[in-house]
Design a protein around this ligand. Structure first.
Ligand code: FE2
Ligand code: FE2
Length: 262
């Protein structure tokens, strides 16, 4: 549950309150997880160790020190090459310029809309813009990009899918609060459903619009048949990723698709 005031901790309080846990959730794919006690949720990044290391989400600018410390346990952060994210928000790419400063070869990689409309002005160096279905090679691995406007939210939204181990980096899909373990012991669908229902009465109620493309976009993600779902806020999931995404598509249709104008 989000706290009521949404006020950030001071830098000193943050240092004593936050630290990151690093877990390898698939071969050479590391989850860097930081629980933010004020928001009551985790902010998770995913770091793929390869010839050209890839970081999914930068984390917020004000959490950069914590995220950097976690990434340093896996790679030399100065060698980071790619910084991917789903959509333009602080937790997705707020610390982008901080990363660009410490990693001279690093480049943001995101959707065409994200690069042209937002990132290329915001960032100190231009992003690489990916088209729908375009593949980014990081050496031994291929990351397929799917452009999914407004899923989970934002005109620029998209997803990265690591093809060898079939890991889908899910951004805000399957959001669930608290500080759960790195990999869910069971389903992530029920906690995600509960969070969607709870969110309906809060100040962030309209985070996900239900558009004519929402269901089809989720079904495209299910068609990838992921084995691991890297969840940005909450536990990751291992198992039948397609089943979990189709279940989520049904929940979203039932709850958000049926929502009437207030
Ligand atoms: Fe988001
Ligand atoms: Fe997020």
């Amino acid at each position: 549950m989000l706290k009521e005031n949404y006020l950030p901790y001071t830098p000193d309080e943050r240092k004593t309150n936050m630290s990151s846990k690093v877990t390898e959730i698939a071969p050479d794919i590391y989850r860097l997880s930081t629980f933010h006690p004020e928001f009551g949720i985790q902010f998770n990044q995913f770091l793929i160790k390869d010839d050209e290391p890839f970081l999914m989400h930068t984390g917020m600018k004000k959490m950069f020190d914590t995220t950097l410390e976690a990434a340093s346990k896996v790679i030399d952060p100065a060698k980071l090459r790619w910084i991917g994210f789903s959509h333009f928000e602080s937790d997705e790419c707020g610390a982008l310029n901080e990363w660009l400063r410490i990693a001279p070869q690093a480049q943001a990689v995101c959707s065409f809309v994200g690069a042209v409309v937002m990132v290329n002005d915001f960032a100190d160096r231009p992003a690489r813009a990916l088209a729908d279905k375009e593949v980014l090679s990081t050496g031994r691995r291929r990351l397929q990009f799917l452009a999914t406007p407004h899923v989970p939210h934002g005109w620029d939204a998209g997803f990265f899918f690591e093809e060898s181990d079939r890991t889908l980096l899910c951004s805000d899909l399957f959001f669930h609060p608290g500080d759960p373990g790195p990999v869910a012991p069971g389903s992530v669908l029920e906690p995600a459903r509960e969070a969607i229902v709870q969110n309906l009465t809060g100040p962030l109620a309209h985070d996900m619009p239900y558009t004519p493309q929402t269901d089809a976009s989720l079904r495209r993600l299910a068609d990838l048949r992921p084995r691991t779902l890297g969840v940005m806020h909450g536990s990751s999931f291992q198992g039948d990723g397609a089943g979990a995404i189709l279940g989520l598509a049904d929940v979203i249709k039932e709850i958000l698709g049926a929502r009437k104008a207030a």
